[in-house]
Design a protein around this ligand. Structure first.
Ligand SMILES: NC(=O)c1ccc[n+]([C@@H]2O[C@H](COP(=O)([O-])OP(=O)(O)OC[C@H]3O[C@@H](n4cnc5c(N)ncnc54)[C@H](O)[C@@H]3O)[C@@H](O)[C@H]2O)c1
Length: 262
């Protein structure tokens, strides 16, 4: 039987890949046969470190630093990267959360917030997905091959009271992917989302170190642990593979069974 996850030398690009979930997906794409992995992060040193890790393991990592919320910057960054790798076959829209600056996580109620506070959430979790997809979709359609995987959150599926704008931005990204799936499907391109619950990554470090918070959160999980980046990566690789050719427009939770209870 052929290896289902053999990525056959395809060119992949992962956004926000300097750490956490995106880093793991990048390493795993390379380990499963991607010919080149374009490793994007807002922070150049993070992108370079992960690209170096890929290269040290025998793959080809191409670092590129841009802010996914900056449309012109995305177009320039992607153009420069594909000049080295060839066109992107697999896009993983992973950059998200509150953007590169995590300090703006807070529990201010929505009715006390302003558009300035919404902007980073909408920027990285929604507009960033549009920008990066726009940068690669035309080429995928022309070449009649593409896999687009967007990382959303269970907050976008079921709502999260302390992350109201994030919930909306992630739900928006999922709606965009559903519409996109319908428009690109006949051109051989698929578009799906993975909805994550709490993962052990640098972004969630502080929350997952608070014992009270941990006990409270784990009550919701059927499998009594938090997610690891590799849990997300396993599904991302499958959706990026040829094996997932007939799967599109969907959102799949990776959440220790959280959804069983909601
Ligand atoms: N960690 C969780 O518990 C959790 C839960 C649900 C969903 N998610 C989603 O998973 C994805 C990855 O999360 P993570 O926890 O690995 O994040 P992380 O914050 O640990 O790492 C994200 C990386 O993305 C980069 N980045 C952020 N904004 C960017 C931008 N505008 N342009 C370019 N790079 C940018 C950061 O510099 C960072 O290196 C995000 O979309 C997040 O919303 C995470």
């Amino acid at each position: 039987m052929p290896n289902l996850l053999d990525l056959k030398g395809r060119v992949a690009m992962v956004t926000g890949a300097g750490q956490g979930v995106g880093r793991q997906i990048s390493l795993d794409l390379a380990a499963h046969g991607a010919g080149s992995v374009i490793v994007n992060d807002y922070y150049e040193d993070r992108a370079v470190a992960v690209a170096d890790e890929i290269s040290a393991a025998g793959g080809r990592g191409v670092p590129v630093s841009f802010d996914v919320t900056d449309y012109e910057g995305v177009l320039r960054g992607v153009e420069g990267a594909v000049a080295q790798t060839g066109p992107v076959d697999i896009l993983v829209n992973n950059a998200g959360n509150a953007g590169p600056d995590h300090t703006i996580f807070d529990n201010t109620p929505f009715w006390e917030t302003s558009p300035e506070q919404w902007a980073p959430w909408l920027g990285s979790n929604f507009f960033g997905v549009l920008n990066c997809t726009r940068a690669v979709a035309r080429c995928m359609v022309e070449r009649r091959y593409g896999r687009i995987v967007t990382i959303i959150s269970d907050a976008g599926r079921v709502g999260e009271p302390n992350l109201v704008v994030y919930s909306g931005a992630k739900a928006g990204a999922a709606g965009f992917m559903r519409g996109l799936a319908k428009s690109v499907g006949r051109h051989g391109v698929t578009a799906n989302c993975i909805a994550l619950s709490a993962m052990r990554t640098p972004a969630s470090e502080a929350a997952l170190e608070d014992p009270e918070m941990v006990t409270k959160m784990l009550r919701s999980y059927v499998i009594k642990r938090f997610g690891e980046p590799s849990d997300a990566s396993a599904l991302a690789l499958f959706l990026a593979s040829d094996a997932a050719e007939w799967i599109t427009g969907q959102t799949y939770p990776v959440n220790g069974g959280y959804s069983v209870a909601v």
